[in-house]
Design a binder for this molecule. Structure first.
Ligand code: GLN
Ligand code: ZN
Length: 775
């Protein structure tokens, strides 16, 4: 039998972001729900057919989602908090969107579910909230409750079947679901027997249903299995799956793991009787291979070798993949090949990327190209030695990795070679700087500021498109941007913010914009990947050695400062974030690439300072995101170089220059010392939509950096009241020294509209003033 190929999941947003456009159109009232459903069905059909044409054996279904697969899982399990159910929409999509984005309208006013980073990716999932009253069950077609039924996975399976395509339904597994779910108080879920049994029972029912429908395989994703285990975790996993597997009938169950290794539970997992176990041989390679070699593979189990990287865009090295398959074949004959994770995290296709020379483009494989890679690796795995020698595919692939792809820049290596320990340390110590800065900047207590960007309106994006197409001159475009800056400064002054920003109107994106001014980057036209809901990002590609080509933000910041007497904050993206939100090279380490970036941004920091900018924010929005999933790796594999890289960026500024940083979704309570060790003067972070444990951590650790925990959620269009923000400030003051507190929203305002932004900020300033007055 030839080697089976399996795709864990496929991008769903569409080659040209069709899903984004139609859903956002629906939110704006530009099109109806029927149009959304029609586009969704077209996309699913297109994606299934593509995979079928590529010869993939196990094609996923139920990997589609209107917003997020974790939210879908919550709905599948009937984990729908009452406040959303109570809105009583006529259709379940509106309930789903209310859970995802909050709702403010004639049916009520509710905030969205919290959103968090999906493991180490830049994808975000909605955190399921299990109320104590929750009745966990599969809602299937019960007429009275049809509005919230859970037939999606079955409908999609049937939809594919009607097209003549047998699919493998994929789900987030019960273990990962329970480990990520929270209670309404945002505390960790208490896993009592009733809850565990109820969740297992739904999966049992799902499998029974797929037995009826005739599915050959069902894939249950358990990425949480690659994390360190807490007491009780292994027992929980066993309890869940003993129940589920005993009821699987004729359906084969593939336990899929990714983003790391499962060496610590492999022995147990292997004994449970899964038909397939998916292992990530990209991120968890050595440990997973060792575990398989040590404990073997149960006779009825197939190992799904995750060899095609679902998280980077470089061509697969076939020789390496074949070596991995061979290593497994030493242990078992039952080896399938698979994507290492869902392809959700890579762009759709390299087709149409005409801006990149063919010579360079051939080094990349996006989702569509990865399908062919998967098929080719499977074919080569079945080939004889002679067939391999004769294989044109293998030879062409080998040629990509032989020889130099791009010349090294000796000046970059030389500069790095000259760095000494002192280059990583800012003088004087922070406490001393804080006193000097307070005096130099003359700010009130609880200073108010924003995170940097203001709404990127249609007009702004249209103007940039015109510049790109040559329809306006650079001069005219610059004038246009200056007018935007003038207006946003005036508004900020009017509403009384303390530290102003220029609004970042000149930027398409906080990473690509910097990349465009650095040597060593490549850019795509259409390589979008989903970040959250309908939001997508288009990471640039690190192609060669990085250095700064020219000053990047200096002119804009200096212009903005010239227009106001307030302090104008300069705005940069930090090296760790630039790397994390780019497609990194695979031929040199992340540490090396980050150091190169740090030196480039350091040049920019010093130029901003020289241009009279007194406060400089260096965003490290993505620092937390790439923290290794296993604690033992945190420092040695990441923080030990990521934190110094940040210090290298700002270590040479004057004591009175205030360095800010910003982070998104900060679950950094566990690494609070490391955040302090970045030695910024001020940090702002997301806190309004997540839980508040970070405030306790700040308190308990005597956190030294001044901090602005976000006082309202910018990911939702809802306007927070002054009272709400005031309450929030008091919550913060409960835990922090008032001298160290800043008041700001929780992230940049780029994706918001002016209609909600300004009233929200007015309320923010009013709340800060009200609290100040009572101090
Ligand atoms: N300065 C950036 C902005 O305001 C920060 C964005 C982010 O953290 N994602 O958009
Ligand atoms: Zn942010």
């Amino acid at each position: 039998m030839s080697t089976l190929t399996s795709v864990s999941g496929f991008p769903r947003i569409g080659q040209n972001r069709e899903l984004k456009k139609i859903i956002e159109g629906y939110w704006k009232g530009a099109n109806d729900l029927a149009a959304v459903k029609a586009t969704a069905a077209e996309l699913r059909a297109k994606h299934w057919k593509l995979q079928q044409a590529a010869g993939i054996d196990l094609i996923p279904s139920n990997d589609f989602s209107y917003y997020d697969q974790m939210l879908d899982t919550a709905i599948l399990l009937n984990v729908i908090p009452q406040r959303y159910a109570r809105l009583s929409f006529d259709n379940q999509e509106d309930t789903l969107f209310a859970m995802a984005r909050g709702y403010q309208g004639d049916k009520g006013d509710v905030t969205a579910l919290p959103m968090k980073k999906w493991f180490t990716t830049n994808y975000h999932y909605l955190v399921p909230e299990v109320e104590s009253a929750a009745e966990i069950k599969l809602r299937v077609e019960s007429a009275a409750e049809i509005k919230l039924n859970s037939t999606k996975p079955f409908d999609e399976f049937n939809e594919a079947k009607a097209l003549g395509i047998d699919t493998k339904p994929v789900f987030i597994g019960p273990y990962t679901f329970l480990k990520l779910a929270r209670t309404p108080e945002a505390t960790e879920l208490e896993l009592d027997k009733g809850l565990v049994n109820a969740v297992a029972a739904v999966y049992v029912e799902v499998l029974a249903k797929f037995n009826e429908l005739g599915a050959a395989w069902v894939q249950l994703d358990e990425p949480y299995l690659v994390l360190d285990k807490e007491p009780g975790d292994v027992e929980l996993f066993k309890t869940l799956y003993t129940k589920i597997l005993s009821a699987k009938g004729n359906v084969k169950v593939l336990l899929n793991t990714y983003f790391g290794h499962i060496a610590d539970v492999y022995e147990t997992v292997n004994l449970l009787g899964f038909d397939g176990i998916g292992l990530d041989l990209n991120e968890g390679r050595e440990e997973n291979l060792e575990a398989v070699a040590k404990y073997g593979v149960a006779s009825n189990t197939t190992i799904f070798a995750g060899v095609i990287n679902g998280r980077n865009i470089w061509r697969n090295n076939y020789a390496t993949s074949l070596g991995l398959v061979d290593a497994l074949k030493q242990v078992t004959a039952n080896v399938a090949v698979s994507t290492a994770s869902s392809l959700l995290h890579v762009p759709f296709s390299t087709e149409g990327e005409t801006g990149i020379p063919a010579e360079d483009l051939k080094h990349f494989a996006f989702a569509v190209q990865k399908l062919d890679e998967l098929k080719e690796v499977a074919a080569l795995a079945d080939a004889t030695e002679d067939e391999k020698k004769a294989s044109a595919a293998l030879a062409a692939n080998q040629a990509l990795f032989d020889g130099t792809r791009v010349a090294a820049d000796p000046a970059v290596a030389e500069r790095i070679g000259k760095l000494s320990d002192a280059d990583y340390v800012r003088q004087p110590a922070r406490e001393e700087r804080q006193a000097l800065q307070r005096e130099a900047l003359g700010l009130p207590l609880l200073p108010t500021t924003t995170i940097g960007s203001f709404p990127q309106t249609k007009e702004i994006r249209a103007e940039r498109a015109k510049l790109r197409k040559g329809e306006v001159t650079k001069e005219a475009y610059d004038e246009f941007i200056k007018a935007q800056i003038d207006a946003v400064i005036k508004k900020q002054e009017e509403i009384g913010l303390d530290v102003l920003v220029h609004g970042e109107f000149e930027r398409n994106d906080m990473v690509e914009y910097f990349g465009q001014n650095l040597n060593g980057f490549l850019f795509t036209k259409n390589a979008w990947v989903q970040s959250y809901g309908t939001r997508c990002v288009k990471p640039p590609i690190v192609w060669g050695d990085v250095s700064r080509a020219n000053p990047i933000t200096v002119e804009w910041s200096a212009y903005a400062q010239s227009k106001t007497d307030h302090v104008m904050k300069g705005m940069l993206t930090g090296p760790v974030t630039i790397l994390n939100w780019s497609w990194p090279r695979e031929d040199i380490t992340h540490e090396e690439q980050t150091k190169q970036l740090a030196l480039a941004i350091r040049d920019e920091v010093l130029d901003l300072e020289a241009a009279g900018i007194k406060v400089i924010q260096i965003d490290e929005a993505a620092l937390r995101e790439k923290l290794p999933l296993r604690k033992s790796d945190w420092h040695v594999k990441y923080l030990d170089w990521a934190v110094p890289a940040f210090r290298l960026v700002h270590s040479a500024v004057k004591p009175t220059t205030q360095i800010h940083t910003h982070m998104c979704y900060s679950e950094f309570n566990d690494i609070i010392r490391d955040i302090d060790a970045m030695d910024a003067d001020v940090i702002s972070f997301e806190a309004s939509r997540g839980d508040l444990v970070v405030l306790d951590a700040i308190h308990d650790a005597h956190f030294e950096t001044e901090a602005g925990p976000g006082v309202y959620d910018i990911h939702s269009p809802r306007i927070p009241s002054e009272k709400e923000i005031e309450d929030r400030i008091y919550e913060i003051l409960d835990k922090m020294d008032v001298k160290k507190v800043w008041i700001n929203p929780d992230c940049g305002l780029k994706t918001r509209g002016n209609a909600e932004t300004w009233p929200s900020l007015e309320n923010l300033v009013a709340a800060a003033k009200a609290v100040r007055a009572k101090l």
